[in-house]
Ligand binder design. Structure first.
Ligand code: AP5
Length: 221
């Protein structure tokens, strides 16, 4: 696996992409670029794009490719992205993957790894239905698997822990259907590349993190 370039986390909603991307970001010193977090920040800021995106996100559907590609292009132009980023939740459609390749064809950095996290649907539903997220700093918790020290309060910043609007059971089901239809085709798109790895997301956070570090060649220490 090459040592420079962007890393893509691929996998179903709730498989643990955000949790693992945050850990790997600290380990490698590369920025964590989550299109979901960027969209939620626009919703909170009350921008026009945020208002339009909120309805789509709450339904479990995907936001339009043009909007997503616009925000990714802007993010990659920032100076901290010059050594590569960790993409979480992007690309999510074949059109996004092809456009990313086109964008990177003009850049010195390519795709270093595609880490495809895999987990059974019933465990995904359990992870999503118990997820709580800090409204202030975005830290991710789970009521059973990663509980905060004090219920409803973020360990890191003291912010309030909330349930995401799209973590309701009927929306979770729809998000999984959308994943199968629109995002799963990316597995075949990337599977032949040298940096593609399928990684089991079973087990606790630390176990999964170790598997990931082994695959990206950072398992020492
Ligand atoms: P986004 O925010 O990207 O959501 P997602 O892909 O559905 O992924 P999640 O954030 O739900 O899950 P995750 O895999 O990151 O899991 P997490 O680490 O939190 O997107 C939201 C919406 O934005 C989309 O539906 C769409 O509308 C829009 N959008 C975003 N990007 C887009 C794009 N590119 N194109 C179009 N639209 C886009 O973990 C889940 C839970 O499990 C947590 O509670 C965690 O504590 C727990 N957990 C994690 N790991 C473990 C473990 N090993 N053991 C036990 N529990 C664990």
């Amino acid at each position: 696996m090459t040592e420079r370039g962007h890393i893509i986390f691929l996998g179903a909603p709730g498989v643990g992409k955000g949790t693992q991307a945050k850990l790997l970001s600290r380990r490698l010193g590369l920025p964590h670029v989550s299109t979901g977090d960027m969209l939620r920040a626009s919703v909170l800021a009350g921008t026009e794009m945020g208002r339009r995106a909120k309805a789509v996100m709450d339904s479990g559907a995907l936001v339009g490719d043009d909007i997503i590609l616009g925000i990714v292009r802007e993010r990659l132009a920032e100076s901290d992205a010059s050594s590569g980023v960790l993409f979480d939740g992007f690309p999510r459609t074949l059109a996004q993957a092809k456009d990313l390749d086109a964008m990177l064809a003009e850049s010195p950095l390519g795709i270093r790894a595609v880490l495809h996290l895999v987990l059974a649907d019933e465990e995904i539903v359990e992870r999503l239905s118990g997820r709580r997220v800090c409204a202030q700093c975005g830290a991710i918790y789970h009521v059973r698997f990663q509980p905060p020290k004090q219920e409803g309060v973020c360990d890191r910043c003291g912010g309030a822990l909330l349930q995401r609007d799209d973590d309701r059971p009927e929306v979770i089901r729809h998000r999984l259907e959308v994943y199968r239809r629109d995002t799963e085709p990316l597995i075949a798109y990337y599977a032949d590349r040298p940096g593609y790895r399928e990684i089991s997301a079973e087990g606790d956070t630390e176990t999964v993190s170790k598997r990931i570090l082994e695959e990206v060649g950072e398992a020492h220490g």
